[in-house]
Structures are given as structure tokens and as C-alpha cells.
Ligand binder design. Sequence first.
Ligand code: ATP
Ligand code: LTN
Length: 344
Amino acid sequence: MCATEQNTTGQTARKKRIFSGIQPTGVFTLGNYLGAVKNWVAMQEEYDCAYSIVNMHAITVRQDPAKLKKQTLDSYALMLACGVDPQKSIAFIQSHVRTHAELAWVLDCYTQFGELSRMTQFKDKSAKNADNINAGLFTYPSLMAADILLYQADLVPIGEYQKQHLELTRDIANRFNGLYGNVFTIPDPLIPKAAARVKSLQDPAKKMSKSDENPNAYISILDEPGSIIKKCKRAVTDSDTVVCYAEGKDGVNNLITIYAAVTGKSFEEVAREFDGKGYGVFKQAVGEAVAEHLRPIREEYARLSADPAYLETCYTEGARRALSISNRTLEKVYKKVGFVKPCL
Ligand code: ATP
Ligand code: LTN
């Protein structure tokens, strides 16, 4: 994370830092991949990156412990299978690095009840989990702010749905800096132009989500080609037959967005390619293109998950590097707020 590079005037400049996270709540969907993880991979050459499997965020919703443990390890392997390189980037599991919980507590005390009450994700998730609206679900955004601010991240690659949390992170950081001087770097969101909002295949008004009860609503990045094609063929569209991106055609727009993202084609090129061909041919082509795009990830995942010892080495080293960097920020914060330093 401390690498430097020469700028045009020959001086050394710090590489920009990136932080992002994903919850181990299931196999990543095509939405997670196109909206976030694909971007993480692309950033590794140019930036100092840290990526985390945020299992502490996951327990804001009740989880089965054995399942959470398995999904955390599977998600870690999946992150590497998508192309996150543990040599180039810091790839770690959130609960391995104690500074996240420690800074989150301090930030909780600099975050207002009113701010947290306005978070749409909190409102959505409390509606879905009415019998368990716990304090962690409410303060989720200050833990996310801690994740980001600990690494002094300049940029945070996320899907559109996390924009509000990032804005709150900036507000918390600005408030803290206003009181104590320049402690935190103010991070900017990095939202992809295409595929920032991949929609459910069954209800295009909703986002594609890995915790959706209906598996036909999402494509997991480990789905077999046959299943991907079937899900695309069953995708809800409309009674029209023309493949074009237009208002009121949410289902088709979603499929065009997906097809464009995996083939690199523009929306116009897609419309031209399927001119006069109808939805059946189009849906088949979307399914095939997605299956082909995900094939290398599926193969790499199979290889990595057969080698748990290698994965353990990677996440242990990731945790060590993450702790070393984040502890510097935490110590600064503790000093600023007036905590006594022990001689341990
Ligand atoms: P859950 O269903 O458990 O709430 P999720 O599928 O929303 O999870 P997260 O772990 O919350 O996934 O998100 C990881 C990253 O993927 C975030 O940056 C998020 O914005 C992005 N992301 C999630 N869903 C989509 C989507 N449908 N389209 C684009 N980006 C998405
Ligand atoms: N809240 C995010 C996951 C997340 C995250 C982060 C994303 C936790 N910490 C830090 C970016 C940066 C989500 O639900 N997608």
C-alpha cells in the first residue's frame, strides 16, 4: 500500500489508494461482479488496493454460523478467482483485522442518529427483517466508514446502491477532520458507467441481489452455462418485440446493459445486432455471452477451492498487511480523541 511512482516532474508521488468490500452472504451475482468486483480487478495495476470480505457486516442480518464460515472462505476464493491478485493487492477477511471494530466504535460517536435513520439500505433491510432490527444494522454505515477511512482510501469502487453510504462516510470524515485537523483522506466513489445497477431478472424494478429468495432472479457467477441461459430465457420483459433501450422497457434495458457489459458493445450496436430478431434470439445470445464471460472465473474458482492451504496463506498475509496499515490511522485517531496510550 505504500508503493510510490515517479510523476512527470520526476518527483515521487503516492499511488492513489483504493478500498472496497463485499459481504459473504452468498455466491457473488453478476450484479456484484459487473457493478463492483470487475472494477476492483481493473484498478490493481494503477493503484494500491485493499479488498475485504466483510463478514462483520454480514452478521447485521441473522446468519447460520457454519454457513457464514463456509461462505466467508468461498467468497475469499471467489474474489481471487475473479482476478484480485493477493500479491498486488491486500486481500483480507474483515474480522481478522481488529482495527475495523475499534475505529467503528469511535466513528459511532461522531455519527448522528438522524443520519443513520435516513439510509435507504437500513430502511429496506429493516422492512425485510422486521423481527431483528438490531443496533448493528442501524450503525452498519459507521463500520463501513471505518473500513474505508482506516486505509486513507482516495477511491472506493462500488455499485450505485452504495453511493449513499459513501456520502455518509465523507460527512463523518469531514466532521472529524473539522474537529481534529487532517486525520482522514476524503474518499470519492468510483461507480462504473455501465452496469452500476444490474436489475433482478424476475422484477426489473428491484436490484439483482444474492440474497433474493428466487434463484431465477439472479445469475451467480458460478452458475453452469445451461442454468444461465435458462434464467436469461425466463427473464421478465414486455409484450413488445423490438430490442432497443427505451423508457418503460426495464426488463429489456437490463438485458441490454448486461449484454453490453460482457461483450463491450454499445447499446446502439446491440440494438442493430438484434434488429428484427425478437426477444427469443436476443435472450439466448445474452445467456451465451454471460456464460462465456464467466467461464474462466468458474474454472479458476474450482482450482483455488481445491487448495485451502494456499488460501489460508493468502488471507493470513492479507490480514497482517491490513493491520499494519490500519493501525497507524487508529493510533492517530485515539491520540486525537484523548485516549491514553499504554506501554504494552
Ligand atoms: P445482499 O443481497 O446480501 O444485500 P448484495 O448482492 O447487495 O448483497 P453486497 O455485498 O451488498 O451485495 O455488494 C457488494 C458490491 O456489489 C457493492 O459495491 C454493491 O454496490 C455492488 N452491487 C450489489 N448488487 C449490485 C447490482 N445489482 N448491480 C450493480 N452493483 C451491485
Ligand atoms: N456496504 C457494502 C459492503 C461494504 C463496503 C465497505 C463497500 C462494507 N464495507 C467498504 C465498500 C467499501 C455493501 O453492502 N455492498
